[in-house]
Design a protein around this ligand. Structure first.
Ligand code: NAP
Ligand code: FE
Length: 368
């Protein structure tokens, strides 16, 4: 065994973890910029909890609640200016992956004179403001990763920057905040978490340690899959999904993602398909493509899910996700040619070429 495992984020997991650990906020500053989406921080009940914790410790705050799904470069630049105007000394991200990723970019832009586009270079002179993350989806695991994924309209895709300085200092995971999620966002984000665990397990950058976390995440997902399709989930079921998401984030922070995410970005960018749904549509065919290279890993994934075949997985995911319009030949051509340039392609055990990506896309979104 020989591995490096970096996870600098302090994790608080459990019901009412914000109120129970409010002193943590005081460690990181006295003036906070809260970065969030339009409504989820209020709808979930997270915002009042955090405001109460901040007030208790004499921390002032301003709320910047204009982060849209798949955050744009413009939105994080405006957020950087808001942080400077407020003279913020910490950034609190509350939301799904979109606000959490935006919070990381804003923490960098607040203290560096640069355009958002330059973030993709991954280097910035001044260390970002400390970031605290409160996830509202079970989901991306962004609360424990060094990645921020932004929309690049110039390259017509989503791109990430990675820097260990943007690992959140602390993360508060309270499953109560995920109770306000709609059925479809619960499903899409849950499948994103599965995808992280599966891709991390397959990744060429995996290690003994990340594999254990990935397999546990996949096992827990297998136990949660029935609940995922329900209209109302119990708090225990929500907690299990949040735990899968946390483990998935811890895994991809070490391993990166693979061709599933590379291709998924095109489905989101061009077809507006939500991130987790895009991954879920592609996952089984990507596994089939990799089966020849790593049959024992595919078998271990299926065993952890409690399934026997990839077709069984495909049926289970299709039942949750429903049908999707097939890609046109033009779309397949464009999506594959963009995806091949993504850096995470290189983590895939069987490295695809453009023709392989086209095949996986066509098989994943078939014409009926
Ligand atoms: P999201 O884009 O953050 O949110 C999707 C929708 O769900 C939004 O309308 C949001 O509303 C709503 N929502 C979120 N939490 C809610 C709650 N508790 N109650 C009610 N509504 C809620 O979704 P996501 O799937 O979590 O994040 C996707 C993004 O994360 C993508 O950009 C993806 O590329 C990125 N990602 C990042 C990483 C990483 O490691 N950094 C990993 C995977 C994916 P509001 O608009 O009001 O917020
Ligand atoms: Fe993801």
């Amino acid at each position: 065994m020989n591995f490096t495992f970096q996870l600098p984020t302090k994790i608080f997991f459990g019901l009412e973890c914000v109120a129970k650990n409010s002193a943590e906020f005081a460690q990181w500053g006295t003036r906070a910029l809260i970065v969030t989406g339009r409504s989820s921080a209020r709808a979930s009940g997270a915002l009042p909890d955090i405001q109460q914790a901040l007030a208790q410790h004499g921390i002032t705050w301003t709320v910047y609640d204009e982060i849209e799904e798949n955050p744009s470069l413009a939105a994080v630049e405006t957020g950087g200016a808001a942080a400077r105007d407020h003279r913020a000394d910490m950034i609190i991200g509350i939301g799904g992956g979109s606000p959490l990723d935006a919070a990381k970019a804003i923490a960098v832009l607040a203290v560096n004179e640069m355009r958002a586009r330059q973030l993709f270079g991954g280097n910035f002179p001044a260390p970002p403001l400390p970031i605290i993350a409160v996830p509202l989806t079970a989901g991306t695991g962004s609360e424990v990763t060094q990645y921020s994924i932004l929309t690049d309209t110039e390259r017509r895709t989503k791109r990430s920057f990675a820097n260990r300085c943007v690992f959140p200092k602390a993360a508060f995971l309270d499953a109560r905040y995920t109770q306000s999620l709609s059925r479809s966002v619960t499903i899409n984000t849950g499948i994103d978490a599965l995808s992280h665990a599966v891709e991390g397990y397959l990744s060429r950058r995996g290690s003994f340690m990340s594999d254990q976390l990935a397999l546990d995440a996949i096992r827990q997902f297998g136990k949660a899959i029935e609940a995922l399709g329900k209209d109302v989930l119990t708090i225990e079921e929500r907690e299990r999904l949040l735990y899968v998401s946390l483990l998935g984030g811890m895994v991809i922070a070490q391993t990166g993602t693979t061709m599933v995410h590379s291709l998924g970005y095109s489905l989101t960018y061009f077809r507006n398909i939500p991130h987790g749904r895009a991954n879920g549509l592609l996952l089984t065919e990507a596994l089939r493509f990799n089966q020849a290279a790593v049959p024992e890993k595919i078998a271990a994934i299926l065993a952890a899910l409690g399934m026997k075949t990839l077709d069984e997985l495909k049926t289970a995911l299709s039942q949750l996700l429903g049908a999707e319009k097939p890609c046109t030949p033009d779309e397949i051509e464009t999506f594959a040619n963009i995806a091949i340039q993504a850096t995470n392609i290189a983590n895939t055990p069987r490295i695809p070429d453009v023709a392989d990506l086209k095949m996986v896309l066509a098989d994943s979104l078939p014409s009926s």
